[in-house]
Design a protein around this ligand. Sequence first.
Ligand SMILES: Nc1nc2c(ncn2[C@@H]2O[C@H](COP(=O)(O)OP(=O)(O)OP(=O)(O)O)[C@@H](O)[C@H]2O)c(=O)[nH]1
Ligand SMILES: [Mg+2]
Length: 787
Amino acid sequence: MEVLSKIGLDDHYENKLTLSTVLEIDRNDISGKKTEMESLPGAFLKKLMMANANARSVCLASSDADNSSSDAGSDSYNAINPLDLTTAVFLCSDALLQQALVQKMSLCQFAIPFLLPDHETREITMMLWSMRGIVRKFSPSYHAFTKSFVEERLVLSQVPLVSFVRQGKSNFSKSLILNKLLSNPKQHHDTFCHRNMTCCDIPRRISDGLVEIAWYLPCGNRNVDRFTDPVAVANLRGDIRVFDKQFSFLCQTSAAVYIFCDDTQNIKMLEGIDMKAEVFLVTTSSQGKFFTLKKMATKPSLKTTTVSQKKRSEEDLVKVLQTSVATMLETCPSKISVENMAKSARRSGILVDEDGEECQSARKNAGKITRTITTVAEFKSKQLLSQGSVWKGLSWLEKESYRLRKAGRQNVEHYRSYLKTQEKELRRKQERLGKSPPMADFLHGVVTSEAQRSHFLRWLEMDLENLSRQDLSGLRDQYTDLRRKSPQAKERIAEIDMNISDCCLGLEHFFRECGQLYKYTSYLPEYSQQRKVMEHLPAHCAQMLLDGFPVELFDGDASNIPMKWITDVLAELHDVMHSKSNVKVVTILGAENVGKSTLLNTMFGLRFSVGGGRCTRGAYLQLIGVGEDVRNELGCDCLMVIDTEGLKPHQMNQDDDSHERDKDVATLAVGLSDVVIVNISEDSAAEIKDVLEIVVQAFVRMHDTGKIRPVCHFVHTHKSDVPTRERKERETQLSAQLEQMIATASGAERKHKITKISDVIEYDPDANNWCGNTDTQTTWLHLHFTG
Ligand SMILES: Nc1nc2c(ncn2[C@@H]2O[C@H](COP(=O)(O)OP(=O)(O)OP(=O)(O)O)[C@@H](O)[C@H]2O)c(=O)[nH]1
Ligand SMILES: [Mg+2]
């Protein structure tokens, strides 16, 4: 396709782009160069992965550059329409990348490709799998009394669909009107790309026939909400007379279809179409000065009734449309989930992206596991046998053999050998328990073909989220509420914290089990079948890391790192990368819920889990490759990014473990890192002090081990609009605070050699303080890896 070769994507039409290639750090990231035509998809993809709401305007930079250098008249042919760019990128991405892109588009509140046309094969594909990742929170009118939110996976939500299509040429922008229709009164947002936004009148080529979808989800504030119940909106790009397959699909699935057309035209005959929707005509007078809304009776004849008389301005039309949609929503239209629309798609000759063999058998394999789950707690105790009390016991024994806290007056060697015996006992218990049938199914899913593994893991991840979402969402809200309103209720907070852990069931629990099984089978004789099955698991896990899945490094429930497992996974990684695994480690630290995971996701385009309440537990790592051309400059072959659980100084005087926990997390992070990012929220001065103290103590402790000083950056969040003067003051305050803490900490740990903060970290108050989440990865990397 001409467009693909113009933007350098033609090779990827066959050989699809993957998530890891998109996230790889390349020369463009560190040079901050102007975007050229061939690097346009790369720039767009990276911005999108960083959830940058201006991602679509990369096209503008390029088209501007082209416009200025070419003759008037031919300029628009050198530029590319942003919709074409989106279509091209989706046509050239693999299934996993498509899903990741859609999730980021949803975060940016962009409309999402729903029916994707491929002009080469003349096929249309419904992007159901791509959209499966979207989970959103909203407050529908049936929750008005309690003012509570529901959190749903949108493709499963029963929501009416309203479609907007066009016949013939139109002298106003349907997308512009839709954006106004979906924007809240005080805040305009461009959900759909429109003519005036970025691309002037650059003609569309490959995105003709594209149907996009967006959801309007009420927030519960009736002064702001345009509609009080959720509604899905589809927008067909192109003329319904040309794209009749898409049009007929929309007529079957929508509650209402709005057809924009010219007054003078005869509307496409609707008789042959299986029409389930109410049909409205938005007609324009030939000069485009008036709009009229008419309702069309599809049966028995095509008579129309005028709903609203001539309107002069677009604003008026938006109001009329809004009332019309709202009335339609109130009269209880047919609701349908996107998942169920797939049936109509197949009937209309539209392909569905998840119908492929790989995706379907992965789904079956994941379903086999999730079908056995009635309650999460029961599943964890009965099927994930090596975890729970056994693993907690082992973790304690391991730590105790170094700390010797309970040794009392015993001989240390005797005590250690007693601990060893206990450990052996527990290991034997693990061995006796063996692996459960769901665990065997999981292992099967992980070791099957590479392509199927990613699908399997995503299906399982999503199915597990579906199982625990409702309970978790409620508990997290309670947790946040309680922390805000009664921080003194420490016991109750700790109790909810525990309940959250009990309710959580994710891939990490299955991999924890892998770690345990791997460890105890490694003691078995080499010929043992059990050992043989487990032997190749670290290699699969290493591959998974390279595919962009996060891996748990530190088990937050048992407070332990499964050393053998992690070491062997990393050794395999070294092998898979042909010994080119010189890594730089970037870690984040900060109080809970300050936005640590979000910050890493936006800096690097990653997918650490994010959520209100307390979300990350333990520590997770993700890998990002470094392009060959910049490896020397950056001094590494890949970046390892580690997300950690929030420090909880407010729970410090709880039981023994929670007291130790923050120390463990901070020491681990500081000990591993080349770069530590400390994320501090300016909302609470007391919390900043507590967090800084923990971090500074960890720096001091690590200094003693002879580790090279890590670079440390402080990110002050939620205050991106502070004036420069105040910002400077804060930085000075922070530096003074750090110096004072270092004096205290070095005294407490008797490290008299340490006198100033720069003895333990590389820190320059002017360069290493950042405000808000707006500082870009580009600047950051540029300064701190090349500098
Ligand atoms: N308004 C706003 N919200 C943010 C920002 N960063 C994060 N959030 C929201 O804050 C909540 C917590 O974000 P996370 O990234 O999960 O925070 P965290 O520090 O990783 O939390 P824990 O892992 O539980 O310690 C989420 O609902 C985010 O959407 C930000 O810069 N601005
Ligand atoms: Mg987090």
